[in-house]
Design a protein around this ligand. Structure first.
Ligand code: UDP
Length: 488
C-alpha cells in the first residue's frame, strides 16, 4: 500500500532491490549490475543472505568501493546456514531448502510490509531477484512491485533445459535414466540435433539429486515468464541462435554481457571515486603473485586451470588432470580452492617425480584474480569447469577452452563451446590423463590452431557489444530507462 500511495503521487525515486543467489558467481555479477545502476543515479539495496555476506565483510576492496556510493546499501537476511563457508556445489539443494524455509517468509514480510528494514524508509520500486528465486517473483507480484529477473546461468542452458523442460519431460528425455546419454534431443527448437541427453543441465539426470530438483527448475522458468523482463549475461551475436526463440517465451530480454567488460568500460568512462580502486568483486581474497609468475612467460604458452567456486573433484580426478597437464609439457597455473578436492586429499602424497615436474612448470594458488589472469598475454588456454562466468570471461579474451563440466548449466555450456561456438574441446563425463594431455595440446599447439579464428571472431564481437553503440550498451541503457518508467 505504501508503494502504491507514493507511486500515485509520482514523487518516488527509483529504488532497486537486487537479491542474488548467495553464491560467489551470482553475487559477483549482481554487484557489477548494482554498480552500473548506481552510476546512473538509481538507489540500490543489495540484499545478501548472511552466509555469503560474512566472507564479503572480510574482503575490504569490495566494501570500500561500494561505500563510496551514497545511493548504495547492503542489507542482509538470514538463510539458516550457520557458519559453513563456502557452500560447495554438492550442497546446492541444501542451500535452496534452507532459503525456502528460513529466508522466504522473512523476505515476504519485508516486501509486503513495504519496510525493507528499520534503516530504510525508502520503498522499493523495482525488484531484481535471481531467477532461481521464483518465490521472489510471487512476492513481488503480491506486493505490486515490478520485477525483472536476473539469470547468471547461461542462456543456452535456460533455453534447452529450463524453458523447454516440459517438452523434454513429455518426450521422455527427462529425467534421464540409465545409459542412453547419447540420444539426440529433437524437441528443443533451434537446436538442430546439437544437444544430446548428456548435454542437458545436470538436474535432468536423475542420479543423486533430490526429487524436487526438476520441480524447482520448472518453477524457475514459470517465474521468469511472469516477470516484466529478464536480464542475461550474454550479447546478441553470441546467442543469436536461441535468443529469438527465448523471446517468444519471455519477450523483454536485456542482454548486457559480457557484464564484466561492460562494467569495466562504464566505470572507466565515469570519473567516479572508485576509478582508482580494484574492480574485483571477488568474495574471497585473490593471490596476486600468480600475475608476476605469468609475466615471466611467453605469449599464449600457459594453460590456466580452475573449477570455479563450487565444483569439487576427487583425488583420483586431480591426479589424472595433474598428469595430463605435466605430460602436455605446457606451463600451468592451477587454482586449487581449499576444500575443492575430496576423498583423502589430506593424506594424499604426490609422487616425487610429479612434484618435481610441477616445480619446473607449474604454479598453484588457492584463488586467482581470474579476469586479470584470462586477460594476461601469457594465457593460451583454459581448462575450466564451464561455469557461465568463466566461459564468458574466457571467450571475451579469445582464450580457447578445455571443458570439464561439473553441474548445473555447465553441461550445456561445454557442448556449446565445443559444437556451436567451436572455441574448445568438451571433455564431458571423462577424466583421463591421456584425454587431458591431448585436449590441452589441441587448444594450445600450432600456429594454424583451428580455434584461433573462432576465438578471435567471438572476442571481437564481445568487444563490439560493449562499445557505446553496441548491443549490450543499448540493452543496459534500455534497462535503466525501463526502471525509471516502472518507478514513476
Ligand atoms: N574466479 C576467481 N578466481 C578464481 C576462480 C574463479 O575470481 O580463482 C571467479 C571467476 O572469474 C568467475 C567466478 O569466480 O567470475 C566463477 O563463476 P562461474 O560461473 O565460472 O562458476 P561457479 O563458481 O559459479 O561454479
Amino acid at each position: 500500500q505504501n508503494h502504491q500511495q507514493i507511486n500515485a503521487k509520482n514523487t518516488i525515486e527509483p529504488h532497486v532491490l537486487i537479491f542474488p543467489l548467495p553464491l560467489q558467481g551470482p553475487v559477483n555479477c549482481a554487484l557489477k549490475l548494482a554498480e552500473l545502476l548506481c552510476l546512473s543515479g538509481i538507489h540500490v539495496t543489495f540484499l545478501n543472505t548472511e552466509h555469503i555476506h560474512r566472507p564479503l565483510l572480510r574482503h575490504a576492496p569490495v566494501l570500500s568501493r561500494f561505500s563510496r556510493y551514497p545511493n548504495f546499501r547492503f542489507e542482509t537476511i538470514p538463510d539458516g546456514l550457520g557458519h559453513q563457508d563456502p557452500v560447495t556445489g554438492d550442497r546446492f539443494y541444501e542451500l535452496m531448502d534452507s532459503v525456502h524455509s528460513v529466508t522466504k517468509p522473512l523476505f515476504r514480510e519485508m516486501m509486503v510490509s513495504g519496510r525493507l528494514s528499520r534503516k530504510s524508509e525508502r520503498p522499493v520500486t523495482v525488484m531484481i531477484p535471481d531467477g532461481v528465486f521464483s518465490f521472489a517473483v510471487d512476492i513481488a507480484i503480491e506486493a505490486s512491485i515490478p520485477v525483472v529477473c536476473f539469470e547468471t546461468i547461461s542462456p543456452c542452458s535456460l533455453w534447452t533445459s529450463y524453458f523447454n523442460l516440459p517438452m523434454l519431460i513429455e518426450a521422455g528425455d527427462v529425467p534421464i535414466k540409465g545409459n542412453d546419454l547419447d540420444k539426440v534431443i529433437t524437441c528443443v527448437p533451434g537446436m538442430d540435433h546439437i544437444i544430446r541427453r548428456r548435454d542437458l543441465a545436470s538436474f535432468c539426470r536423475s542420479d543423486g539429486l533430490p526429487d524436487h530438483a526438476i520441480e524447482l527448475s520448472l518453477k524457475e522458468a514459470h517465474a521468469i515468464s511472469r516477470a516484466q523482463g529478464l536480464i542475461l549475461n550474454t550479447f546478441e551475436d553470441l546467442d543469436s541462435r536461441i535468443l529469438p526463440h527465448m523471446r517468444n517465451f519471455c519477450p523483454n530480454i536485456y542482454t548486457i554481457g559480457p557484464l564484466h567488460t561492460l562494467h569495466k568500460n562504464r566505470l572507466m568512462a565515469n570519473p567516479t571515486p572508485a576509478e582508482k580502486t580494484t574492480l574485483s568483486n571477488s568474495v574471497w581474497k585473490e593471490d596476486l603473485t600468480c600475475i608476476s609468475w605469468l609475466d615471466e612467460h611467453e605469449p599464449k604458452t600457459v594453460i590456466y586451470v580452475s573449477i570455479g567456486s563450487l565444483a569439487i573433484m576427487t583425488v583420483e580426478q586431480m591426479v589424472e588432470i595433474w598428469y595430463g597437464l605435466v605430460n602436455s609439457g605446457k606451463p600451468f597455473l592451477w587454482v586449487r580452492r581449499p576444500g575443492s578436492i575430496r576423498g583423502g586429499y589430506e593424506e594424499f602424497r604426490a609422487p616425487t617425480e610429479l612434484l618435481a615436474r610441477t616445480n619446473e612448470t607449474g604454479c598453484i594458488v588457492e584463488w586467482a584474480p581470474q579476469e586479470d589472469v584470462l586477460a594476461h598475454p601469457a594465457i593460451g588456454g583454459f581448462l575450466t569447469h564451464s561455469g557461465w562466468n568463466s566461459t564468458i570471461e574466457s571467450l571475451t579474451e579469445g582464450v580457447p577452452m578445455v571443458c570439464w563440466p561439473y553441474v548445473a548449466d555447465q553441461q550445456v555450456n561445454s557442448r556449446f563451446v565445443g559444437e556451436v561456438w567451436k572455441i574448445g574441446v568438451d571433455m564431458k563425463d571423462t577424466c583421463d590423463r591421456l584425454i587431458v594431455e591431448k585436449a590441452v595440446r589441441d587448444v594450445m599447439d600450432s600456429k594454424e590452431n583451428i580455434y584461433s579464428q573462432t576465438t578471435n571472431t567471438l572476442a571481437n564481437l564481445a568487444k563490439e557489444a560493449i562499445t557505446n553503440t553496441g548491443s549490450s550498451s543499448f540493452s543496459l541503457d534500455r534497462l535503466i530507462d525501463d526502471i525509471l518508467v516502472m518507478s514513476s
